[in-house]
Design a protein around this ligand. Structure first.
Ligand code: ADP
Ligand code: MG
Length: 345
């Protein structure tokens, strides 16, 4: 059977962290780093997977997840088979410029790439939204990662130069051009983490406790004042307060983008970092220092991005000042690395 080739971008979330499984809005944008994948359907149940920098593996479609790098591939092929896109296993080969485990959705890019390739191979008619929903199932049910829908929707649907304002309850979205005068820059902190390490799951659990207490699935739609005044235990109350305020910051950021008011966009990003640090407690001292220096050297906005506990920060910096700014920042943070910049128009 013939070979299919697809490319899926990484994504950076401008603002809206941990809102995507709490009924809120998010604002991700496609990056120029991406993942390329070649898929050839096979006539048996084997999955042969290879990727630069990873050990070649031979798996079977009947395998359970076993903490191997290829779990997203096997899980995605199982979904593709249940959608009737492939009848058996496949050979899959990957090259990627998205750093893994850094909050830029390498896992979602890999799963969505397998599903898009399988759709092409099987001449399927599933929409990109349907593939995004299937991709989330792979992470939630096959791999046991309790993530929301943002990553999958963003890598399946976002277009370059635009941010995607996504309502994670309804999956309705609108694209807004990124600023033309500023660069959105993604900088890796040098600290790596794995979502399966458990801290992400712990935050999800704390949000579930808050959902039970407040009697709603949509922590993001609670009134922040009501959360603050409640008699709820401090830790889950802080998690709920992050969700309720972060959702409002996303709305403010969307308005700011629409009005080309980059100062307000930056303010929302900076406030988001404070809430992630103090209320959601998902940052680390090394990342706080990187964000603080990014702001000190002149970024309009800077915050941790992604699931937390490592990975990347996202910044918004005036284009004319960018080279000088990044040189100063990397000089005092030698472990940090510029991954990508994107902008509108
Ligand atoms: P991220 O924030 O990048 O999505 P995750 O921990 O969710 O981080 O996903 C990382 C996992 O995705 C890796 O352990 C591996 O299973 C898979 N992955 C990502 N990029 C690649 C790649 N280039 N080749 C093979 N597997 C990859
Ligand atoms: Mg991931």
């Amino acid at each position: 059977m013939s070979e299919v080739h697809v490319r899926v971008p990484g994504r950076v979330n401008l603002i809206g962290e941990h809102t995507d499984y709490n009924g809120g809005m998010v604002l991700p944008a496609a990056l120029s780093v991406g993942l390329e994948l070649t898929l050839s359907p096979r006539a048996d149940e084997h999955v042969m997977a290879r990727s630069n920098g990873y050990k070649d593996v031979q798996r079977s479609l009947s395998d359970a997840a076993n903490n191997n790098w290829s779990d997203p591939v096997v899980g995605a092929l199982r979904e593709a088979r249940s959608m009737g896109l492939i009848a058996h296993g496949a050979d899959v080969s990957i090259t990627s410029t998205i750093p893994a485990g850094s909050g830029l959705s390498s896992s979602a890019a890999l799963i969505v790439a397998v599903l898009k390739a399988a759709r092409e191979a099987g001449r399927g008619e599933q929409s990109n939204e349907e593939l995004a929903i299937a991709a989330r199932r792979v992470e939630n049910e096959y791999m046991g990662v309790p993530c929301g829908i943002m990553d999958q929707m963003a890598v399946a649907l976002a277009t370059s130069g635009a941010a995607m304002a996504l309502d994670t309850n309804t999956l309705e979205y609108e694209l807004f051009a990124l600023p033309k005068t500023h660069k959105i820059a993604v900088i890796h902190s040098g600290v790596f983490r794995k979502l399966t390490e458990g801290r992400y799951a712990q935050r999800k659990q704390e949000c579930d406790e808050a959902k039970a207490f407040f009697g709603t699935e949509d922590l993001c739609l609670l009134d922040p004042e009501e959360v603050t005044q409640s008699s709820f235990a401090e830790t889950p109350r802080k998690r709920a307060l992050h969700c309720a305020t972060e959702h409002r910051r996303v709305l403010a950021a969307i308005e700011a983008l629409k009005a080309n008011d980059i100062a307000s966009l930056g303010r929302a990003m900076n406030e988001s970092h404070v809430s992630m640090r103090d209320n959601f407690e998902m940052s680390l001292p090394a990342i706080d220092a990187l964000v603080s220096d990014a702001q000190k050297f002149g970024a309009t906005g800077a915050r941790l991005t992604g699931g937390g506990f490592g990975g990347c920060i996202v910044t918004c910096v005036e284009s004319a000042a960018f080279d000088d700014w990044v040189a100063k920042l990397l000089a005092v943070h030698p472990k940090a690395k510029l991954i990508d910049t994107v902008c509108g128009g």
